[in-house]
Ligand binder design. Structure first.
Ligand code: SIN
Ligand code: CO
Length: 388
């Protein structure tokens, strides 16, 4: 994928043009973004996913103005018949469970990985949907099967209906309406209200993005920082408060200003090192979702393991980097020189050839072995020319 190559996926815009004109700014309707689009998972396999503990799913039914929501796992048999109108099932993170869906998500890597979240699939019968709402993240709504009517509008009022289990706008004022056919796609920036209603049986794929919120992110980073500080407690870095110039006090319950200053300096010092915060950020951004479990290699594979070999990241692995670190599945590692270059390539391309892997240092090779034992990557006999 090149920044300046026009993409059919983006209605002939280049990724650079799309990001400049539309991303976080205004909607884009793309007719035939994926020509010949066919569902990547059939209806039966998709609906079976509501039973899995490892899949986040929701079942939503609308009866007139009344909405009901059930969170999975639920029994597939508890779903209404396919002839019953007005219900939908939403399956989150399907890219974690299916290679073809994971491959489709990769087409959206013109947005940094740190922002790309997941691919959700909705199945709906005639009239099904989740009601008029807005999302706090950017979304691409790709029609995979059947038709869906979308009504969209910029809203002034974001008040939500009360007493409903979903976030539904009280006063939705649509400004435009389109019917999407298989392969059509609608991009919406955050906060843009939308209401999608199935026209007959329909499947829609939503490519969603992560939107860190300042208070939530600060809370997560500060929790990590607190753990770091606990580890430093009692070490040489742990400065002791001293007050040789404290004057005599007589029953004085007031907190000394010097102690207040000491406390704020201690916090400022903890926050001062950008490396710690960058490290914690990378760990947070690559933390697997709670439903994610890796499959470690079995006993036979353990004895047959031979390094160096081609490396292909597991589709569930999250790998990012910054100038000094590599982050994988919630952990951080310092890397420099050739190791950093090769591991950055692995993060970007999601593979290394055996020849490239042989360029890793002994220490990095040991790390790779440990990651393999976790099930974070799989040996693969790729050669450079095989990879597109
Ligand atoms: C759906 O596919 O039914 C809902 C997707 C969305 O509105 O974000
Ligand atoms: Co939405």
């Amino acid at each position: 994928m090149q920044k300046n190559t026009p993409l059919i996926l983006l209605a002939g815009l280049t990724p650079a043009q799309f990001m400049k004109r539309h991303w976080q700014k205004k909607p884009l309707l793309i007719r035939q973004a994926i020509p010949g689009m066919k569902p990547l998972i059939d209806r039966s396999a998709l609906l079976d996913m509501v039973e899995s503990e490892e899949v986040e799913s929701r079942h939503i039914v609308r009866k007139g103005e009344k909405w009901t929501l059930k969170k999975g796992p639920i029994s597939r048999k508890s779903l209404p018949s396919l002839k019953t109108p007005d219900w939908t099932v939403l399956i989150q993170g399907v890219d974690l469970h299916n290679d073809a869906v994971h491959a489709l998500l990769q087409q959206f890597r013109f947005v940094p990985d740190a922002r790309l979240d997941d691919l959700m699939i909705s199945y709906a019968t005639e009239g099904g949907g989740v009601g008029p709402h807005f999302d706090s993240y950017d979304v691409f709504l790709l029609q995979a099967h059947g038709q869906r009517k979308w009504r969209i509008g910029r809203q002034k009022k974001f008040e939500l209906q009360e007493g409903v289990p979903l976030k539904i706008l009280k006063a939705f004022k649509p400004e435009a309406e389109f019917v999407l056919n298989p392969g059509d796609m609608l991009y919406l920036p955050p906060g843009y209200a939308h209401d999608g209603t199935a026209v007959g049986e329909c499947m829609t794929y939503s490519i969603g993005f992560k939107v860190p919120r300042s208070a939530e992110l600060a809370s997560e980073l500060l929790m990590g920082l607190s753990e770091e500080m606990t580890e430093n407690a009692g070490s040489s870095l742990d400065v002791i408060y001293q007050d040789p110039s404290q004057t005599a006090a007589i029953k004085d319950a007031g907190i000394p200003a010097a102690l207040q200053k000491f406390a704020s300096q201690a916090v400022a010092k903890a926050l001062k090192d950008p490396q710690i915060l960058n490290c914690l950020l990378g760990e947070t951004l690559t933390e697997p979702k709670p439903s994610v479990w890796f499959d470690p290699p079995d006993q036979d594979d353990l004895s047959a393991f031979a390094w160096p070999c081609g490396v292909r990241l597991d589709r569930r692995t999250k790998m990012l980097f910054d100038a000094k670190h590599i982050f994988v599945n919630g952990e951080s590692f310092r890397a420099a020189g050739r190791d950093a270059k090769l591991l950055q390539k692995l993060a970007n391309e999601k593979y290394l050839t055996a020849k490239e892997a042989s360029g890793l240092s002994e220490a990095a090779a040991q790390l790779m072995k440990a990651w393999w034992e976790e099930g974070w990557w799989h040996p693969s006999d790729l050669i450079e020319n095989d990879v597109t």
